[in-house]
Design a protein around this ligand. Structure first.
Ligand SMILES: *Cc1c(COP(=O)(O)O)cnc(C)c1O
Length: 385
């Protein structure tokens, strides 16, 4: 999982499908990122921010009791323990530092449930930048607490009233807004999606998950490397960052999608938000809405690198239902004392199912990224448990 091929391609996916002014802005982001990523000063500065502000490194937790019940050895990479409660902070701190390096004073972001918006608002406050977050009007109603949290952090939250008034429309609006603001603003994309260099750059910023986990597995596991590496997939950033740390190992990669948001498992080739990838579409080729109990998995597509890993057979993509995810969340709470985000509970639901069916043979070792904590989902869980 290295750099994309020419023009930001992962196989037949990726690319930079954007208006001319954004193509120019993306080129500048790419150049600055290449330079920064090769600069020990930048990497050291980011590592320090991740340590003193975001709480890295995060632990690798053996799930003792659940492992015994399932008959496999399950280890959890604890992104839920980062500041703001999910892996999103890793990427956002990286892009915020990059914005500073480019002399930009404002971050633009889109958000669905508000997780990426809150992380962006947090990074902006930390580095003295402004933040403008686009959010669908319907999501703003559903996630009023996160709207307040962003405003508390000093961000401007802009309601998006077009289309279905959810994440897909907020992303389109944020890109449109960036066209007129490239001079003073950096567009901080929240997952491994969007035009080149975002899918590649965001994966590099999330690689810290996989790199840390690789070292922790080497110290902790008898075999050094787990048999399976599992993560949930919305756009695919926590999965891509985790997989990247094990790319040169024989570990098998499994990406777990929501039944109603299965871009990699069931999407068809299309172009959306500046990138060629797999998207859920109707018979006319219109991109359809995703539906999941986990807001972070509510994206109708998947990042181009995942589409490519699927084609190569390097990773496989499976789906679980809302009910399975809720059941897995309860089970983790009661066996390990951890209430996971409903997104992360999807990954666990697959582990539980696969251990039961023998697809994960008894005794196999499984590394699973626990992408976030469940606090944001408590009111949803209260209705369903
Ligand atoms: C946003 C989010 C996801 C999905 O995003 P990816 O880019 O696929 O990682 C998963 N888990 C949590 C907790 C999130 O907030």
């Amino acid at each position: 999982m290295g750099e994309p091929q020419a023009r930001g391609r992962f196989g037949e996916y990726g690319g930079r499908y954007a208006p001319e002014s954004l193509v120019e802005a993306c080129r500048e982001v790419e150049e600055t990122f290449r330079e920064a990523w090769a600069d020990p000063g930048f990497r050291g500065g980011l590592a320090r921010l991740l340590a003193v502000h975001a709480g890295r490194p995060t632990p690798l937790t053996p799930a003792w009791r659940l492992s015994r019940e399932l008959g496999v050895q399950l280890y959890l990479k604890r992104e839920d323990l980062t500041h703001t409660g999910s892996h999103k902070i890793n990427n956002v701190l990286g892009q915020a530092l990059l914005a500073t390096r480019m002399g930009r004073r404002r971050l633009i972001a889109e958000t669905g449930a508000g997780q990426h918006g809150v992380a962006t608002a947090t990074a902006a406050a930390l580095l003295g930048l402004e933040a403008t977050v686009f959010m669908g009007e319907r999501d703003m109603e559903r996630q009023a607490l996160n709207v307040f949290r962003m405003r508390m952090l000093g961000a401007e939250v802009v309601p998006v009233t077009t289309g279905s008034r959810t994440l897909k429309d907020a992303t389109s609006e944020a890109m449109r807004h960036w066209v007129g603001a490239t001079g003073d603003s950096h567009y901080c994309v929240g997952s491994v999606v969007g035009p080149d260099p975002y899918p590649w750059m965001v994966r590099e910023f999330q690689r810290v998950i996989g790199d840390e986990a690789r070292g922790q597995c080497a110290a902790e596991l008898r075999t050094g490397v787990p048999d399976h590496v599992v993560a949930c997939v919305g756009g695919g950033s926590n999965a891509a960052g985790t997989f990247a740390g094990f790319a040169d190992t024989p570990a098998r990669f499994v990406g777990v999608e929501a039944e109603g948001g299965a871009g990699a498992a069931r999407g068809r080739l299309g172009v959306l938000h500046g990138c060629r990838s797999l998207f859920l579409q109707d018979d006319d080729g219109q991109i359809t809405e995703a539906h999941s109990v986990a807001a972070g998995l509510d994206y109708p597509g998947v990042g181009p690198e995942h589409a490519h890993l699927r084609d190569l057979g390097r990773a496989r993509y499976v789906t679980v239902t809302d009910d399975e995810a809720v059941g897995a969340a309860v089970r983790l709470a009661r066996t390990e004392g951890i209430v996971p985000a409903l997104e992360s509970a999807h990954a666990l639901a697959w582990v539980i199912r696969a251990a039961g069916s023998g697809e994960l043979p008894a005794g196999s070792t499984v590394l699973m990224t626990l992408s976030g904590r469940g606090d944001k989902d408590i009111s949803t869980l209260k209705e369903l448990v």
